[in-house]
Design a protein around this ligand. Sequence first.
Ligand SMILES: Cc1cc2nc3c(=O)[nH]c(=O)nc-3n(C[C@H](O)[C@H](O)[C@H](O)COP(=O)(O)OP(=O)(O)OC[C@H]3O[C@@H](n4cnc5c(N)ncnc54)[C@H](O)[C@@H]3O)c2cc1C
Ligand code: FES
Length: 348
Amino acid sequence: MADTHRITFEPVDIEMEVDEGEKILDAAFRQGIHLMHGCREGQCSACKSYVLDGEIQMERYSTFACNDAEVDEGYVLLCRAHAYSDCTIELLNFDEDELLGGFPIQDVKTRITAIEPMTRDIVSLRLLAIDPPTYEFKPGQYADLKIPGTEEHRSFSMATTQSTPGEVEFLIKKYPGGRFSGLLDDGINVGDELLLNGPYGSFTLKDGHVLPVVCIGGGAGMAPILSLLRHLVETGSTRPVRFYYGARTGQDLFYLDEIAELGKLLSDFEFVACLSESMDEKDKALCGAVEQGNVTDVVERREAQLSKCEVYLCGPPPMVDAAIAFLETSGVPHDQVFHDSFTSPTAD
Ligand SMILES: Cc1cc2nc3c(=O)[nH]c(=O)nc-3n(C[C@H](O)[C@H](O)[C@H](O)COP(=O)(O)OP(=O)(O)OC[C@H]3O[C@@H](n4cnc5c(N)ncnc54)[C@H](O)[C@@H]3O)c2cc1C
Ligand code: FES
């Protein structure tokens, strides 16, 4: 049996045990400790922490998430890290409510109830929890769906909320040859079973926060933002909300009626579709505000007070990276930015 070591997290003063064969983030989940995380694949840096004391080694990770100089200084990605002695680790980001109060991670057997194309490359996949019959998560979180017939999984954000317990919708972008998304055309069907494991992710609304919310999403990044919007409506939130959605053309927009309906139920809401490739007169009529340009450029043109907002960002990694860089230069405090980068485990 692998050796077990004791980990102390500072400044929160929480202790736990970890086996050498287990990654520190996984050991924390197992013991009900929800550390800050994103991809859980060493790609996004959300779990980056600092080793104050002890011996740690990392499995394969992206140097974009933690570069060589940072590793030399003592930074680690907890989703990739194994401990080989007792360790003291300083958490650089943590959410005190979430740390010991997150929903437990469940294995859920589900049945596919619908597979519907939304655009030329985005599909809505609806699942019904069978065993157990409910699945608890916070709006904005994601689940791992197992690729049938393999031990691999892919992560997808829930678009729904707890108002439909057990019924979950995912919005999935199809990649040519994608191990999971490639199945959506003819590899999986309504009635098939899929195994879900979750919830994961820190892209959640924080209780008691009152700042205006600016959501920036692209492509399938619509999913967790829809979940956040639905939750804000269901809880009667009075926070002003702006939603900037990046797509290539008018043809790539979807759920416009649903977003408009949600917007009517919020006290102060605006949706802005940002089209990066082309825009014609017909596109301008699609929804209240349609602008030409990359989503980050449109946000820059329209939002003068971003540093007084909480910003929720999600979608393809290049969009998220560009938006994070822009928010930094715009002076938005780090703790007012929440993001999920839709990284792929197959990327280098
Ligand atoms: C926290 C989190 C939440 C996510 N939520 C969603 C979601 O709600 N909806 C969604 O569609 N996806 C989401 N993803 C991405 C998803 O998990 C998969 O990575 C993606 O669907 C590709 O998986 P695949 O098996 O279809 O393709 P793979 O077999 O992994 O890859 C097939 C090909 O597509 C390329 N590819 C894969 N992803 C990308 C990319 N982002 N950009 C460019 N090329 C790529 C690969 O390099 C490869 O060449 C999320 C990822 C994370 C980490
Ligand atoms: S790098 Fe660890 S959660 Fe993304």
